[in-house]
Design a protein around this ligand. Structure first.
Ligand SMILES: [Zn+2]
Length: 383
């Protein structure tokens, strides 16, 4: 199933094909929508939006008949295709919905969850009504909003391995993003939000925000961009350079060099490095302490060399792959001691948890209000 970044790129393609143009004709395969073929044909195609894994296509008002929106969810088998308006591609799939422009067309095949609604009724569609914050498609979803979610009693006691796939928690994350986010954050899938330290919470939020946007920007690549580029120059195919852990079972971890595990979690394969993603927070703390000690030791050696002391080389100081991880720590590298706004927020408020909780609650309320009043497009139809 395509994940949020793939759906968003598909929306970009649909927008480039039929966005802001007049729909010469519209096709629906389901009988209940047949009357809309005539009602929507000739209208201007307005905004085209992704919401999690759903696609919304808005049609402008005409006369007294206001805006209409075609909602679709690809589920497992749905697929959008872009092509010529006068030539339908040969496929065994069933065409469900199509927008045909002058020369180009966007066609949706196989999807069964399609609805035609006026914008006010979008909130009644179950998938959208329960959809969690969408960091890729909603600019109001900042780190503070995600931080509040981790305290939400619906999610705080659930294991992250299953939770990250739940679209009520965060919209747009699917199977490959789940593995990549947990690895980037150094968290085992059995860890629960309520067991996370402040640093771990900040790391998880940062990994969600960074990787979902990187996957969109780099067409599915979640790997460090420099590493992905280097692998490309070495002749590695797309699948081999795309991810840090996902699909790399048995191969070496880019951070510690240990073998990557592949295990089913919530009925879907999850990839992790048992070394970098220890199962409990005691082990995680021990690992963090070890890493800090290694960094201290390395800095000490550098200091000695700078002072002109002879030093022996300490091969154990830099485990296999770790030098590379450090070298490419620029964008979202791990364990680099980076402090984002959220971390600073925690540091500033860590001695006053009451105030911090109040601030989180306030931020979440603000976000919910913003979503409630967020205009979908131009105002109500005059019907
Ligand atoms: Zn590792």
């Amino acid at each position: 199933m395509p994940e949020g970044p793939e759906i968003r790129r598909m929306v970009d393609d649909i927008e480039r094909t039929v966005g802001a143009t007049e729909a010469r004709s519209v096709f629906f395969s389901f009988d209940r929508f047949k009357p809309f073929e005539r009602a929507l044909s000739g209208r201007r195609v307005g905004a085209i939006q992704a919401r999690g894994k759903a696609v919304l296509v808005f049609f402008a008002a005409r006369g007294d008949d206001g805006l209409w929106c075609v909602y679709s969810h690809n589920q497992l088998y749905g697929q959008w295709r872009i092509g010529r308006a006068d030539h339908e591609p040969a496929t065994g799939r069933q065409l469900r919905f199509a927008i045909l422009g002058d020369t180009r067309a966007a066609r949706l095949y196989s999807a069964s969850d399609i609805r035609v609604v006026q914008p006010d009724a979008l909130s009644e569609i179950p998938y959208l009504a329960r959809l969690g914050p969408d960091p890729l498609n909603d600019d109001t979803v900042d780190n503070v909003v995600l931080d509040c979610l981790l305290d939400d009693k619906r999610f705080a006691g659930r294991a992250l391995g299953g939770l990250l796939l739940d679209q009520h928690f965060i919209a747009g994350i699917g199977n490959y993003l789940r593995s990549e986010i947990l690895f980037e954050a150094g968290l085992h899938p059995a860890r629960k939000p309520r067991s996370l330290t402040e640093d771990e919470r900040a790391g998880l939020i940062e990994a969600v925000q960074m990787l979902i946007k990187r996957a969109y920007r780099l067409k599915g690549i979640t790997n460090d961009p420099e590493r992905a580029e280097r692998l490309k120059k070495q002749g590695k195919h797309f699948g081999a350079r795309r991810h840090m852990v996902f699909g790399r079972g048995g191969q070496a971890c880019t951070t510690c060099g240990g073998p990557i595990d592949n295990t089913p979690v919530a009925s879907r394969r999850l990839y992790l490095c048992p070394n970098c993603q220890p199962a409990c927070c005691r082990l995680a703390r021990r690992r963090a302490k070890r890493q800090h000690a290694l960094v201290d030791k390395r800095e000490h050696e550098i200091g000695r060399q700078a002072c002109g002391y002879e030093t022996r080389e300490h091969p154990e100081t830099v485990p296999p792959g770790q030098a590379e991880a450090h070298q490419h720590d620029g964008e979202g590298g791990r364990g680099s001691g980076k402090r984002n706004d959220l971390e600073r927020h925690h540091a500033d408020t860590e001695h006053d948890t009451g105030q911090a909780d109040q601030a989180r609650g306030y931020a979440l309320n603000e976000h919910r209000q913003a979503r409630t009043h967020q205009p979908i497009d131009t105002p109500r139809p005059g019907r």
